[in-house]
Design a protein around this ligand. Structure first.
Ligand SMILES: CC(C)(COP(=O)(O)OP(=O)(O)OC[C@H]1O[C@@H](n2cnc3c(N)ncnc32)[C@H](O)[C@@H]1OP(=O)(O)O)[C@@H](O)C(=O)NCCC(=O)NCCS
Length: 315
């Protein structure tokens, strides 16, 4: 009873906070329309038939008329009925993979659990006509032509980001692209696809030894035990998405620009970027061979100055 009252009060407070925050952006941000967003996506090279994996900051776009749903509609317009969208609708009640693995009573339920990945993934989940993968920490959601294929079988994949996962299926799609809306090169899950593909051959030991089995329900309520191997917290501390690793984010940005793989453009008010997935993966692999990974030390970056390779320009 007390718990329910607490949840109701917290929900009301959060709603109030959100209204105040949106009103602040409405007053201070430039007003951006769905048509303007579409024009920005076209400048990024997003085209009909593309499959996009999208990481986003809604606030960075300016004040979007119509809210996050207008952004989703603009993305759907840009890729059209032959295209697909994939968003991170991860649910991590422990805050990290490791802490979530330690929650003995946790059972992921895609019908009940939302996402901790921001307003756009939240709105995408609520938008209908999406498919959601079954995974206790990294459930993704997809819309469009490949939605069912991209999200199918995540709970049977031996690792979160490897064979049989949405990431491997995404890379295999024609015209697959990773899109960052108003973000640096930090919060990009795609990096982990290389780690899981290379396994022990990846030059950094990123995982803890023990793989946990976490419980999930599928869309019919059937229970599954899904393997999840947490990241080593000491290694994760020096990862590209950590606040102290602006050097690594800057290096990756300059590296992918110099390699001609990153298309940069404004979407609304947000500096945004787009990289073709297969070329992204291949280039990460080449960098790993030269000991440049999302965990690289300052000395490792200094030992590999960025060169310009013109031949990789995306089409
Ligand atoms: C953390 C992160 C989501 C924060 O970005 P953000 O723009 O502040 O947050 P959201 O995208 O959730 O957008 C919410 C904000 O949009 C703003 N907003 C509300 N209505 C809006 C509108 N109509 N137009 C524009 N902005 C609006 C509000 O200020 C709101 O802030 P609040 O949370 O204080 O209410 C972002 O930096 C990030 O990391 N995104 C990637 C997440 C991800 O994919 N992670 C996986 C990689 S491993």
């Amino acid at each position: 009873m007390l718990d329910r009252a607490k949840r109701t009060i917290n929900g009301a407070l959060e709603m109030w906070r959100r209204v105040a925050s949106a009103s602040q952006v409405r007053q201070t941000g430039r007003h951006v329309t769905r048509a303007e967003l579409a024009a920005g996506l076209a400048r990024l090279g997003v085209a009909a038939g593309d499959t996009l994996f999208i990481h986003s900051s809604l606030k960075s776009l300016g004040y979007v008329e119509g809210g996050p749903l207008a952004v989703i509609r603009a993305l759907q317009d840009a890729v059209g009925p032959q295209g697909s969208l994939l968003l991170p609708t991860y649910y991590l009640p422990g805050g990290t993979v490791r802490a979530t693995c330690a929650m003995t009573d946790y059972v992921f339920d895609p019908r009940r659990h939302g996402t901790h990945m921001g307003r756009l993934p939240e709105a995408f989940l609520a938008s209908g006509a999406i498919q959601r993968s079954i995974h206790p920490t990294h459930s993704v959601s997809a819309w469009g032509r490949h939605a069912a294929h991209l999200t199918e079988g995540h709970h049977r994949a031996p690792s979160i980001f490897g064979a049989g996962s949405p990431w491997q299926r995404f890379i295999e799609c024609e015209h697959a692209k990773v899109l960052g809306l108003g973000l640096s090169m930090g919060p990009v899950t795609f990096y982990h696809a290389l780690e899981d593909a290379m396994g022990d051959a990846f030059p950094v030991p990123v995982w803890e030894d023990k793989t946990a089995l976490l419980a999930c329900l599928d869309h019919d309520g059937k229970r599954w035990e899904v393997p999840v191997r947490p990241f080593d917290p000491l290694v994760a501390q020096r990862r590209i998405d950590q606040p102290g690793r602006a050097d690594l984010r800057d290096y990756f940005q300059r590296e992918f620009d110099a390699a001609g793989l990153r298309v940069n453009a404004q979407v609304g008010d947000a500096a945004s970027w787009c990289i073709p997935a297969q070329a992204f993966f291949d280039h990460l692999r080449r960098l790993a061979d030269e000991h440049v990974t999302i965990y690289a030390t300052a000395a490792q970056l200094a030992a590999r100055p960025i060169a310009h390779h013109k031949k990789n320009r995306p089409v």
